[in-house]
Design a protein around this ligand. Structure first.
Ligand SMILES: NC(=O)c1ccc[n+]([C@@H]2O[C@H](COP(=O)([O-])OP(=O)(O)OC[C@H]3O[C@@H](n4cnc5c(N)ncnc54)[C@H](O)[C@@H]3O)[C@@H](O)[C@H]2O)c1
Length: 369
């Protein structure tokens, strides 16, 4: 680490990197933003100028090999996450990857094991774990304030593809279009399931049902509306090892704003509702009730719960990613326990796969069995 700072290199410098990842590095004074890399040199140069990166690469391999880069951030399209992350691990670099690491759990578990063997740290971009409201909820569960947990209800839903003329970008080119294509449960479900597992513990069984509500829509890169049966909405049932039970809903066609995550937790001593829905310039709210005071009241998230310099009016991608980046950098610099790793990504993927199988075979499925 140069001057006590962590040398970071970011691969992929387009939409999400500009909105979420790069502002996070700029906000952390323990980071030396060594380099940015994009196959589109113009984008990389623009990002370097805007966020103050010292070097520009168009080859990820070259950037990963740069000795000044100690941590690699992968913010590229999905199919590149695994190979780029594996290259970083092989070079002995810590790595943050956007989710999903891979669309199957097996290769994600392998990557987690390779990182452990190499002694490098990983983090998966599960944005919503870094919501101040969700972290408060996690604390209340851990310290017993909510008592024994009975029910967890999770939603990730918004109106992103309610309008069939908004181009869908979630269809892999080799998807079998004669069948329902898992989509909301993959794109939104991986985040939501990670949250529900983080809060509620290991999942022992799932059941689900998936629907295509909008039969024709525009698909990115194709002309006009296409007949395509994508999963616009999924509803699932979840059984936890602890004995708690849960429900989840992922949907692309539900009226409402981004990100549209809501978690309700009901325990023997209290209940809490976190709403991560950007409304009237407030990113999120947290409500709390007890058996004695059972009318839900807002819980005020103080400045201490927010990443330095951010407020609840900070746009949610930046608010949550500043927090995520801060946690990962501090975990590395201060040797703190790992959290939200590639292993967690693989576990979430395993539950997504179980939900898809449960729908296809109309039965309960044990994740990973
Ligand atoms: N965690 C979240 O909440 C969240 C939200 C939005 C997007 N994402 C994810 O973030 C990732 C990036 O999203 P985006 O919208 O910015 O995508 P994008 O396609 O707009 O940008 C990706 C960039 O990566 C570059 N690139 C592709 N392959 C490369 C390679 N091998 N080496 C170097 N550069 C390469 C492209 O040129 C492009 O500039 C995606 O995986 C997306 O799913 C996550």
């Amino acid at each position: 680490m140069s001057d006590g700072k962590l040398g970071v290199g970011v691969i992929g410098t387009h939409a999400w990197a500009n909105k979420a990842h790069l502002p996070g590095y700029v906000a952390h004074d323990g980071v030396d933003l060594v380099a940015v890399c994009d196959v589109d040199e113009g984008r990389a140069k623009e990002a370097a100028a805007k966020f103050g990166a010292r070097k520009v690469y168009t080859s990820a391999e070259e950037m990963i090999a740069d000795p000044e880069v100690q941590m690699v951030d992968v913010c590229t399209p999905t199919h590149t996450h695994l190979p780029l992350s594996l290259a970083a691990i092989a070079a002995g670099k810590h790595v943050l990857s956007e989710k999903p690491l891979h669309t199957e759990a097996g290769p994600a578990f392998d990557a987690a094991a390779k990182a452990d063997a190499k002694g490098v740290r990983t983090k998966l971009g599960f944005t919503f774990r870094y919501s101040p409201a969700i972290r408060q909820l996690k604390e209340w569960i851990a310290d017993g304030k909510l008592g024994e947990i009975y029910h967890i209800n999770g939603f990730e839903q918004n109106q992103q593809w309610l309008d069939p003329d908004v181009p869908l970008r979630q269809v892999s080119p080799d998807a079998d279009r004669s069948k329902l294509i898992p989509a909301s449960i993959v794109g939104y479900g991986s985040h939501l399931i990670d949250l529900m597992r983080w809060l509620g513990g290991e999942v022992t069984g799932v059941a689900s049902t998936m629907r295509n509500f909008v039969p024709e829509r525009v698909v990115r890169g194709e002309e006009g509306r296409q007949k395509i049966m994508i999963d616009d909405g999924t509803v699932g049932l979840v059984e936890y090892e602890s004995g708690a039970i849960g429900t989840l809903q992922t949907s692309y066609v539900t009226v409402g704003n981004y990100p549209g995550v809501e978690i309700r937790v009901y325990g023997s001593r209290g209940a809490a509702i976190a709403r991560l829905i950007s409304e009237f310039d407030v990113a999120e709210t947290l409500m709390y009730a007890t058996p004695q005071k059972f009318e839900f009241v807002p819980f005020e998230l103080t400045e201490a719960a927010l990443p330095p310099g951010a407020t609840l009016a900070t746009p949610w991608p930046e608010l949550y990613y500043r927090n995520l980046v801060r946690h990962f950098v501090d975990e590395i610099m201060e040797g703190r326990p790992q959290e939200c790793t590639f292993f967690d990504g693989a576990k979430s993927q395993e539950i997504v796969d179980a939900m898809i199988l449960a729908h296809a075979e109309r039965r309960w499925v044990v994740p990973g069995a």
